[in-house]
Design a protein around this ligand. Structure first.
Ligand code: URP
Ligand code: ZN
Ligand code: ZN
Length: 462
């Protein structure tokens, strides 16, 4: 039987930008992969895209999303279909979502459940495995999950006491077990006991407004837990990754660890770089739009995050995309501790970082690619299939106009959420065309692939 000839696309005249290089070249995609990169390529192709004046980036990888997450009595409002489609519009071709164990349930059961949920994804996806109950039974599942099920990162929550939080003994044992097979433990670092106590105190004092969420999640709670997690990783000789780092105090713990030659992988999220806690002073219930954990911090923390990114201390910029519509947020109208934690972010990550980071001179173009894509692929066992513009890599790429200005709005975004945390922001730089595994997924404001196009990314151990 004759096999079908794979479709080919020649992208001409663009500027290829990777984590290390920037050069003008043509790029030929055949089937799902990048076949050739060269000067003035004289080859036939089924389709030619003129990328003159545009940058070509590796497809973005969002290391931290929560699609359809059951959380705080409701579900995040984007599912894998709407959320990954919105990501594609913004240049994110792959996500790593969190399959979080039901306490008392098995790890394999939640992985199966997430494969089912994610089968409608439009973009590609991988899973971190959230471990909320580490015991002899779950321990016995780890080896097979790392070696055969394509999941090599295991998330623990040091906060959300009484719900997702685990204790230090469980973290240490999980590190030891995952480490045997090349896995890595990643953590939400906030001191859950401290937060629990502060929330109780504030509620008892009749302080219920949204802004008290920020007060009850102080910088110290994050710095302390970050230091503790880093110490546990050092003690167990394990690799580690801290999700959504927000503040100077936590960054200082990472810097301290480098003095004993420890490597700590650090993620921040776009919101912590560009928004600060002044938003909690908005009148009425408006501040609830930015209620997530950890909360927004001070301008000095934003400065520390940008500097740490330049210094190579912050490795990835994710989103912690976990949207809730305003009627869901209203569950906490009378009590900040009941406001579902999370915000819509996935669609705006790349464009906001480009505009606020590259255009404003805070980070270089190569750093932009490093933190939005390449480092994520390297840290999480997907490189160079993902995160690279290289011969043989998946043809996941973003054709980006660095000069086009546009205004972010709920009226034009594609996330399933009735507000946008960046409403009215003018940004410079726009995703024009997105290829996912060699197929044009987004072109000039239209999605050309649909439900179920996304594939699971089977990740390697470290
Ligand atoms: O507020 C947040 N971050 N919601 C999602 C769960 C988490 O902590 O990552
Ligand atoms: Zn978290
Ligand atoms: Zn999260």
């Amino acid at each position: 039987m004759e096999s079908e000839t794979p479709q080919s696309i020649l992208i001409k005249g663009g500027t290829i930008v990777t984590a290390t290089d920037k050069y003008e070249a043509d790029l030929l995609v055949v089937g799902e992969i990048i076949q050739t990169i060269g000067l003035n390529l004289d080859v036939k192709a089924d389709r030619i895209i003129d990328a003159t004046g545009k940058y070509i980036f590796p497809g973005g990888i969002d290391t931290h999303t929560h699609m359809e997450l059951p959380f705080m009595g409701t579900h995040s409002s984007d599912d894998f279909e709407t959320g990954t489609r919105a990501g594609l519009y913004g240049g994110t071709t792959s996500i790593i979502d969190f399959a979080i164990q039901n306490q008392g349930g098995t790890l394999n059961a939640i992985i199966d459940e997430y494969h089912e949920k994610a089968s409608k994804a439009v973009g590609d996806y991988a899973f971190h495995l959230g471990v909320t109950d580490f015991n002899e039974k779950t321990k016995a599942e780890i080896k097979d999950i790392i070696l055969n099920r394509g999941i090599s990162s295991f998330k623990v929550f040091m906060a959300y006491k009484g719900a997702l939080m685990v204790d230090d003994r469980q973290i240490m044992e999980l590190m030891t077990e995952t480490g045997k097979y090349g896995g890595m433990v990643i953590a939400h670092c906030e001191n859950g006991d401290m937060i629990d106590g502060l929330v109780k105190e504030h509620r008892a004092a009749g302080l219920f407004e949204p802004k008290y969420h920020g007060v009850c999640h102080p910088e110290l709670a994050e710095a302390e837990a970050s230091g503790r997690f880093i110490d546990l990783a050092h003690h167990t000789k394990s690799p580690c990754y801290i999700v959504h780092m927000t503040c100077e105090g936590a960054l200082n713990k990472v810097k301290d660890a480098t003095k004993r030659n420890q490597k700590v992988n650090v993620e921040t999220c776009i919101q912590y770089l560009v928004l600060n806690d002044e938003l909690y002073e908005k009148p009425g219930f408006e501040a609830s739009k930015w209620i997530f954990s950890p909360p927004l911090r001070k301008p000095k923390d934003q400065e520390a995050l940008w500097a740490s990114m330049r210094q190579g201390i912050v490795h990835t910029v994710g989103t912690d995309h976990c949207p809730f519509c305003m009627d869901q947020k209203k569950m906490g109208e009378k009590d900040f501790s009941k406001i579902p934690n999370g915000a819509p972010m996935i669609e705006n990550r790349m464009e906001v970082l480009f505009s606020e980071g590259v255009v404003k001179g805070r980070i270089s173009l190569n750093k932009f690619v490093e933190v939005t894509s390449t480092n994520a692929a390297k840290i999480f066992g997907m490189f160079p299939k993902k995160g690279a513009l290289a011969i043989g890599s998946d043809a996941d790429l973003v054709i980006f106009d660095p000069n086009e200005k546009h205004t972010i709005s709920v009226k034009t975004h594609h996330m399933n959420c009735d507000y946008n945390g960046f409403e009215g922001w003018e940004v410079t730089g726009k995703t024009k065309t997105v290829l996912l595994r060699g197929t044009i997924a987004i072109d000039d404001g239209k999605a050309l692939v649909g439900k179920g196009f996304g594939k699971f990314i089977h990740r390697n151990a470290h």
